[in-house]
Design a binder for this molecule. Structure first.
Ligand code: FAD
Length: 494
């Protein structure tokens, strides 16, 4: 029997599991998908918000500011890039100037440090590519950018290094309460645990209702994005939001930690919790909307588009509490934006609830908060590069020509705890396929390496989700080649 089961391996589940691994507890993290961070965590704006947006006194307000302050340290421990580049909320008319002043006041109530309302001249000086009409901006220097899926993978790895079990492709289908705790029914057998954290994202309502009456609802709200080539990544230096108006929040333009440019999202309420398709009309809409910020985005440099689902609750705030009439079952639900920013603080808050139920937890003396560093070949000096190639020749073979990723980095991404098993899993860990050609050249090489290292048939290698096979059958040429060889053999016999 496990002490704790965490349902969901997104940024919330992985932060909580890593936090639990600091204590003497038998922990398991379960996810229905075949990789860490395959839900909302892989598809969002990746902004660590400063924290001025949420209303004072809400959990969102408290935990965003606290989480933001924790980011630099945790990303350093996890060896994941985090850049505190600051954010602007731009205003193009008097009404929007009023709106950014309101945000400034809200930020002051949330104790957000170093905010400032910038004049038109200051905006131009700091962001020369923005539109001339912009009258001013709210500047929040503590906002940052991160790679959410890299962080979630790193947290899962650090937790697994300390004995936390990770069970993927394991969908929770039902949960029974008993004297000892809970029995979780999955497509992969039963899992018994004394305590449960429900971190199931858009499905947190369904999981809650397996043990408790309905106390909240969650519906998906889709947001779509364009990602542009690295040649446009320095068009802006900060995260640029548009001032909220009666018509909505507007779209953001921001560099990513890896130097691309991100434009989006829109907001569209849906019923389908699996619908992460992108659509032409919505992508055209965000492109048009972005022109309010700058008309200089060369959308011809778009390398891909994607969509993510916000887990919107009817409560209007994060729901982090023990479920009604279900002792030891803790909901961490309705974690829409700023959920990523608040995630480290959410994990501490959720563990405090557990401590309130079972008393103080025994800390592990051997806990190492640092993940084994990742070798990023292109970030090494020439001397370091030749040293590493001498030790392991696979670091001398470039697999991804766009991002210059070596075979050594891909093999490492497969064999770490919580390692990648899919083409996109490898792409999210070490970036082959993230460049301009989007895996057109390196995709087949990555498949070969996955098949070789995991000792599986190459036809079993999937792109991302279960059954997303890339090779389905042999090509006509191969079939006709086989037939020719068979004919030859028959000729020899006769
Ligand atoms: C468009 C968009 C933009 C955003 N931008 C930002 C931003 O810039 N900054 C910010 O702070 N936040 C942002 N957010 C919010 C942020 O992305 C989320 O708060 C965060 O990713 C939520 O993480 P999670 O772990 O709760 O959910 P998820 O990442 O969705 O994880 C839930 C996991 O539960 C698993 N699961 C579900 N049901 C089951 C089941 N039955 N059995 C087993 N496993 C199950 C899923 O497979 C999934 O992996 C944005 C969100 C969206 C959609």
């Amino acid at each position: 029997m496990y002490d704790v089961a965490v349902i969901g391996a997104g940024i919330i589940g992985t932060f909580i599991t890593r936090e639990l691994s600091k204590f003497d507890l038998k922990t398991i993290m379960i996810d229905k998908e075949n990789d860490i961070a395959n839900g909302t965590t892989k598809a969002n704006s990746a902004i660590i918000h400063a924290g001025y947006d949420a209303k004072a006194g809400t959990l969102k307000g408290k935990l965003n500011a606290k989480g933001n302050a924790m980011y630099a340290h945790v990303c350093e421990e996890m060896d994941v890039h985090f850049k505190r580049i600051g954010s602007f909320v731009i205003a193009s008319n008097e009404e929007e100037m009023e709106s950014i002043k309101e945000l400034y006041e809200r930020g002051r109530k949330n104790n957000i440090p170093h905010m400032k309302i910038l004049s038109q001249e200051e905006v131009r000086e700091m962001e020369p590519n923005l539109n001339e009409e912009i009258m001013g901006a709210l500047y929040a220097p503590t906002a940052g950018i991160v790679s959410p899926w890299e962080l979630a993978v790193a947290l899962a790895e650090n937790a697994a290094d300390h004995g936390a079990e990770i069970k993927l492709e394991t969908e929770v289908l039902g949960i029974e309460k008993n004297e000892e705790g809970y029995v979780i029914q999955t497509n992969n057998g039963e899992i018994k645990a004394k305590y449960i954290f429900n971190c199931a994202g858009v499905y947190a309502q369904e999981i809650n209702e397996m043990v408790a009456p309905r106390t909240f609802t969650i519906h998906p709200r889709r947001g779509q994005y364009n990602i542009l080539d690295k040649s446009t990544g320095n068009l802006v230096n900060h995260v640029i939001f548009q001032a909220p108006t009666k018509l909505g929040k507007g779209v953001l333009v921001a560099p990513t930690v890896h130097g691309n440019l991100l434009v989006g999202p829109d907001a569209e309420d849906l019923d389908d919790k699996e619908n992460t398709a992108t659509t032409r009309d919505r992508i055209t809409f965000i492109q048009k909307k972005s022109r309010k910020t700058t008309t200089k985005i060369p959308f011809g440099g778009t390398i891909t588009s994607f969509a993510g689902l916000r887990a919107v609750s009817d409560v209007g705030d994060f729901i982090i509490e023990e479920a009604k009439d279900a002792k030891g079952f803790i909901n961490v639900a309705g974690i829409e934006s700023p959920g990523l920013s608040a995630a480290p603080a959410i994990a501490e808050y959720a563990i405090d609830i557990l401590k309130g139920i079972i008393g103080d937890l025994k800390e592990r003396k051997d806990f190492n908060p640092r993940r084994k560093p990742v070798i990023r070949f292109m970030e090494l000096s020439d001397e370091e590069k030749s040293e590493i190639i001498k030790k392991d020749a696979r670091y001398g073979r470039i697999i991804c020509r766009c991002e210059n990723i070596t075979e050594g980095e891909i093999v490492d991404a497969i064999h770490r705890n919580a390692g990648g098993r899919t083409v996109d899993g490898i792409k999210r860990r070490s970036r082959p396929g993230m460049g301009r050609c989007q895996g057109g050249f390196c995709g087949p090489r990555v498949m070969e390496i996955l098949a070789r290292e995991l000792k599986m048939d190459i036809k079993e290698v999937v792109k991302d989700r279960k059954e997303a096979y890339i090779l389905t059958e042999e090509t006509k040429q191969n079939k006709s080649e086989e037939a020719r060889v068979e004919n030859l053999e028959e000729t020899k016999i006769s």
